[in-house]
Design a protein around this ligand. Structure first.
Ligand code: DUC
Ligand code: ZN
Ligand code: ZN
Length: 484
């Protein structure tokens, strides 16, 4: 048989246009896209369905110890299954370096953990200890094996690199064409707020939202962008949670900076009132940066529509509401000692489809771009995120009309709550494929443990953003100094 699978009669959705047609798959790749394709060992009828690139989840914490030593509830098996049920064909979780660890050791550790995945995976490195050897030898070795992005932090004592440390990383990244991802919050502002609140005994979960003001995010985003401009390095601002921060991204991006950004569903769906739920329920909604208010939600939706963000990512950071996660420091721990993060890898696409596409806020093409194609472009996933001959057959078939209510059981993760509990959703993935293998079909898992494979990624396409010319770096105007 010429084709292994033919998906027929569906509406094919790409980031650019929609059309009715068929897709042929052979040996895990898309080999043809046409109005009609005959044959196929298996023919999948996608009548009344939307056929789109499977999601690429570009921000997830899986089998990762936090700097404080708390392990996420999901490993690569449960995390990848949950991702697939949520419409993802691949994901890029973090491989976190803790201080004193070599990058080679970190990647070996995550290779062993990720071997359980049911979908394809890559990693972003988290760099917390940029020693000379890390900068000179270990990061270049990581780039060589296709780990072409990493995250740095501007806050948290065990992670914060400081401005000079960030410049070092940005410089190495620029030299290799790697993407630096950054968590932007002004560390001193957060610590100062924590002291103010603690002095008044205000340590319940709801005060977490107050302790990390929008100003702290905006100041840090602005600083990170200026540092990246100095190094002429590409920068990806993760989990933008404020209009103030998004405005800086918009302005600087259209000013030419090599700048990229994402927001997350929790900043569109939840508010600080969720942190004020009775008892310690609010702890379930503690993440950083924090969820904000309804005005922020509307402003962030505006930025999603206007193209400020490349992606909407889940920032899946699953800590159970028990001693293994949120309450490792005790059931009534003050908010700074409650593990930071919430799950959402299975809800990212359904929430965005329902509120965005069905809700009339974004086009279906935008949905594909925000959930898959832009992540592929930004993070160098050259074989994923598109429906075209030669691409991996990473495909999700959605029923756009299914109505359902989000519950914990739907998540297929290893969590004991979902922050999306009870939300009414329209639209659901029915079949999710990775390299032509069906991973999920009509609510059943079809993939075996370990079916996913590591994929290396290409360097950032530095031509995609012009950068900003600085006169101090122009030998004709800087007294001939050789910089960069
Ligand atoms: N940053 C993240 O990206 N995820 C969880 C917590 C955090 O600070
Ligand atoms: Zn972060
Ligand atoms: Zn995160």
């Amino acid at each position: 048989m010429e084709h292994d699978i033919v998906i027929h009669s569906g509406q094919i959705a790409t980031a650019d246009f929609l059309f009715d047609g068929d897709i042929a798959i052979k040996d895990g790749r898309i080999v043809a896209v046409a109005e009609t394709i005959a044959g196929g060992e298996r023919r999948i009828d996608a009548g009344g369905r939307i056929v789109m690139p499977g999601g690429i989840e570009a921000h997830a914490h899986i089998a990762q110890e936090s700097a404080a030593g708390v392990m996420t509830a999901d490993d690569y098996l449960s995390g990848s299954i949950s991702a697939a049920f949520g419409g993802n064909s691949s994901f890029i979780p973090f491989a976190a370096q803790h201080r004193g660890q070599s990058i080679d050791h970190v990647l070996e550790t995550y290779d062993a953990r990720a071997a359980r995945s049911v979908i394809d995976y890559s990693y972003h490195l988290i760099v917390s200890d940029p020693t000379e050897e890390v900068l000179r030898d270990q990061l270049p070795r990581a780039f060589e094996r296709g780990v072409t992005s990493f995250k740095v932090f501007m806050t948290y004592d065990l992670l914060n690199l400081g401005d000079a440390g960030m410049l070092d990383i940005l410089t190495v990244a620029r030299a290799h064409g790697a993407m630096t991802m950054v968590h932007c919050e002004n560390d001193a502002m957060v610590k100062w707020m924590n002291r103010q609140l603690a002095a008044q005994g205000l340590v319940a979960p709801k005060y977490h939202a107050i302790s990390r003001p929008a100003l702290a995010e905006a100041e840090a985003i602005n600083r990170a962008v200026q540092l990246a401009k100095l190094a002429d390095a590409p920068l990806f601002v993760v989990h933008v949670s404020t209009p103030e921060g998004a405005e800086i991204v918009r302005r600087e991006k259209y000013g030419g900076a090599k700048l990229y950004a994402e927001t997350c569903p929790q900043y569109l769906a939840l508010t600080r009132n969720d942190l004020d739920r009775p008892g310690m329920e609010g702890a379930k909604f503690i993440c950083s940066p924090p969820v904000r208010d309804t005005e922020t939600q509307s402003a962030l939706w505006h930025h999603v529509r206007m193209g400020t963000f490349e992606s909407v990512s889940s920032d899946h950071a699953p800590y159970r509401a028990d001693d293994s996660g949120k309450f490792g420091a005790g059931r009534d721990a003050p908010y700074p000692k409650i593990a930071n993060g919430m799950p959402g890898i299975a809800m990212r696409l359904p929430y965005l489809f329902s509120q965005g596409v069905v809700g009339g806020r974004i086009r279906l093409e935008d949905f594909v771009a925000l959930t898959s194609t832009n992540a592929a472009r930004t993070f160098g996933c050259t074989k994923k995120g598109r429906i075209a001959p030669g691409m991996d057959a990473d495909i999700a078939i959605w029923n756009p009309e299914t109505r359902w209510t989000a519950t914990l059981a739907d998540q297929h993760d290893n969590m004991d709550y979902t922050p999306f509990e009870g939300m009414e959703i329209t639209g659901r993935p029915e079949i999710v494929m990775n390299r032509g293998e069906v991973v999920v079909e009509h609510g059943a898992l079809k993939a075996a443990e370990g079916q996913g494979r590591f994929f290396g990624r290409a360097p950032v396409d530095l031509r995609a953003r012009p950068g900003v010319a600085l006169s101090e770096f122009d030998p004709a105007r800087n007294f001939g100094v050789g910089l960069r």
